[in-house]
Every structure is written in structure tokens, then in C-alpha cells.
Design a protein around this ligand. Structure first.
Ligand SMILES: Nc1ncnc2c1ncn2[C@@H]1O[C@H](COP(=O)(O)OP(=O)(O)OP(=O)(O)O)[C@@H](O)[C@H]1O
Length: 318
């Protein structure tokens, strides 16, 4: 049996007034990409800090590849990009990385090679020779990511790695994380960018008020919902009835007014993605013209919103 990359058992941090997190039990296997979701203040960073050994749990246990979190053996296996960090702005990117290379005990030749390679991978390149005071927020974030990867860790903890990035930077980080995943690294990703989590992660857990509210494999969560928007011309209520009849109650039109010869949007909730080709076929058979077909939005969004809707949560919207 292989040892899980991360295992927690009733992990608890009590900051007083019910803040922190309670009884969090998780298992993340070696090589899995895990997305940790939750509203602001849910306790995500608190858990990452306990897993990386930056703070001590009030009770419960956490292990990294079988080693107690916070021990040198556990820390040797991990890289960490904190949510909020600041390097001295008089240093250059190269110098920040060289300092971290010393902390990782890389020898000089290896350090030089790794620094060069990582600066390229995170898109900083030759600007590694510039002082940080000239870096944008996005560049500082990429440098943080390079620091986290310097020691070639088996697990990377990433707390909002794309928060300061523009869409291009976000796309690049997504690609970088996908590469890490294909190299067999374990990724623990705290993120509010659900689309990124949906694309990258194997498993997700949703934290609310310090407790795990729901968890599962992303493929299972996504299989639960399949919402599509279809822009059609020639829609009639008869078409809707026919689709409902043939596909069952899960196919519903949520919006769209009947207006022959004008295009309208149909919102269709299906049992699974496989049904969309049948819906398209039926619409064409019924004489409608299809202009556009697409999923409504990140479906992890819907899972998240449904799971937390109606629940109280601390944080900004109290
Ligand atoms: N050092 C601390 N002392 C006291 N309370 C704290 C401390 N750190 C965090 N908290 C509280 O614990 C709760 C969880 O905070 P945490 O930062 O872990 O949430 P989060 O899910 O990471 O939020 P966000 O998505 O906004 O980053 C919050 O109510 C926060 O105010």
C-alpha cells in the first residue's frame, strides 16, 4: 500500500470565537491534484499553514508522506507558495531564488541551473536580473511560484497562485501546474478560481466555517450537473415539450421566449454531457436552426454555490 501524500485526522485549529477549523479529515494520494475551496474566511489557509508546519494544530494530526507535519522530513518533500508574501524589494529575482536555493541546500551548480530553468518556466526569464521594486504584482507572484518549486518538491502547496495575475499569466500558471501534475507531483491548490480547479484537479473539498462540507472527485461532481445554453432560431413551446418527452424531466428550458424567426437562448439542464448531441439532433429534427452551443459556466461554480447556499458563513458577508 502506498503512503498518502497528505493525511489529516480531525485536524483542528481554534483561534477562539469559533474561528479556525474543526475536525478536518482528508486523504490526498501521491500524484493527485487537490482543490481546496471555500468562501473567504472558511479556514483554507489555516489548514495549509498546519500542513506546512507554520502553525501547530490545537488538536488532531497531519502527516506528509507519513511524516508528522512540521518535521524536517515532511518539509523536505514540499514547496509552498503562501497567499500573502513579500520579498525585500532591493533584491533581484535571481538573488531571491539563490537565497531560497541555499535554504533548500542545493549545490551551486545545481542551483544555477534550476534558477535559470525556473525563471524561464514562470515567464520571468532575463528579468530575473532586475530588482523586485520594478516587478509587477504578477511578476512577484511568478517569482513566488519559482521559489516554491526550487527544491523540486513532491508536493506543492499553492495558496491562490493566480490571484494577482492577468488572464495571460493565469493561463500560463495553469499550464505550469498541468505540467507539474503530469510529472507526478502532488498539488494542493487553494483557489477561488473554480474554472482552474475544474481543469486541473482530480479531487475537491469544500470548506465552510472551518468544516468540510462536501468533497469528491471532480469528475463525479461534474457528472452531477450538466447545464448548457443553446442559441436557436425557430423555437416553439412544442419543441420544448418534445425534448422533455424524449429526454425525460431533466431536460428543461429555463429561459427563452417563443418567437419564430428570432434567435433565442435555451437553457437546458441535462443528466450528463452525453445527452447534448441528442438534444442538438432533436432540435434539428424539429426544424430549429442551431447557432451556438456551450456550457453555461464553470460547473464547479454551481456545485460550490449550491453547497453553501442558505448556510451561514463567517468571513466578509456576515
Ligand atoms: N492568526 C489568527 N488569529 C486569529 N484568527 C485567525 C488567524 N488566522 C486566521 N484567523 C481566522 O480564522 C478564520 C479562517 O481564516 P483563513 O485565513 O484560514 O481563511 P481562508 O479560507 O484562507 O480565507 P480566504 O479565502 O479569505 O483567504 C477566519 O475567521 C480568520 O479571521
Amino acid at each position: 500500500m502506498t503512503i498518502p501524500a497528505i493525511e489529516t485526522n480531525r485536524l483542528t485549529k481554534d483561534y477562539g470565537d469559533g474561528r479556525g477549523c474543526r475536525d478536518v479529515t482528508l486523504t490526498i494520494e501521491d500524484g493527485e491534484a487537490f482543490g481546496f475551496l471555500g468562501p473567504n474566511g472558511a479556514g483554507k489557509s489555516t489548514i495549509v499553514k498546519m500542513l506546512t508546519g507554520l502553525i501547530q494544530p490545537t488538536s488532531g494530526k497531519a502527516q506528509i508522506f507519513g511524516y508528522a507535519s512540521g518535521t524536517i522530513e515532511a518539509r523536505r518533500r514540499m514547496g509552498y507558495l503562501p497567499e500573502l508574501f513579500r520579498y525585500p524589494d532591493w533584491l533581484t529575482g535571481d538573488e531571491v531564488l539563490a537565497f531560497h536555493a541555499k535554504l533548500c541546500e542545493l549545490d551551486r551548480v545545481m542551483a544555477k541551473r534550476r534558477i535559470h530553468q525556473l525563471l524561464d518556466e514562470v515567464g520571468i526569464g532575463s528579468r530575473g536580473r532586475d530588482r523586485l521594486k520594478g516587478y509587477s504584482k504578477g511578476m512577484q507572484q511568478r517569482l513566488g511560484l519559482a521559489c516554491a518549486l526550487l527544491g523540486n518538491p513532491d508536493i506543492v502547496f499553492l495558496d491562490e497562485p493566480a490571484s494577482a495575475l492577468d488572464p495571460v499569466g493565469r493561463h500560463e500558471v495553469r499550464e505550469l501546474l498541468a505540467r507539474l501534475r503530469s510529472q507526478g507531483k502532488t498539488i494542493f491548490l487553494n483557489s477561488h478560481l473554480l474554472e482552474d480547479v475544474e481543469l486541473l484537479c482530480d479531487k475537491v473539498a469544500l470548506l465552510n466555517n472551518g468544516k468540510v462540507l462536501a468533497e469528491g472527485r471532480v469528475s463525479e461532481v461534474l457528472r452531477m450537473q450538466s447545464n448548457w445554453r443553446i442559441r436557436v432560431n425557430g423555437y416553439t413551446p412544442f419543441a420544448l415539450e418534445k425534448i422533455k418527452q424524449l429526454l425525460g424531466v431533466n431536460a428543461v428550458i429555463q429561459s427563452g421566449t417563443a418567437a419564430v424567426d428570432e434567435s433565442v437562448w435555451l437553457e437546458v439542464e441535462l443528466e450528463d454531457d452525453e445527452q447534448i448531441s441528442l438534444v442538438n439532433y432533436l432540435l434539428i429534427e424539429l426544424g430549429l436552426t442551431i447557432y451556438e452551443v456551450g456550457k453555461t459556466k464553470s460547473r464547479l461554480d454551481e456545485w460550490f454555490l449550491q453547497a453553501v447556499s442558505g448556510l451561514e458563513h463567517r468571513g466578509e458577508r456576515r
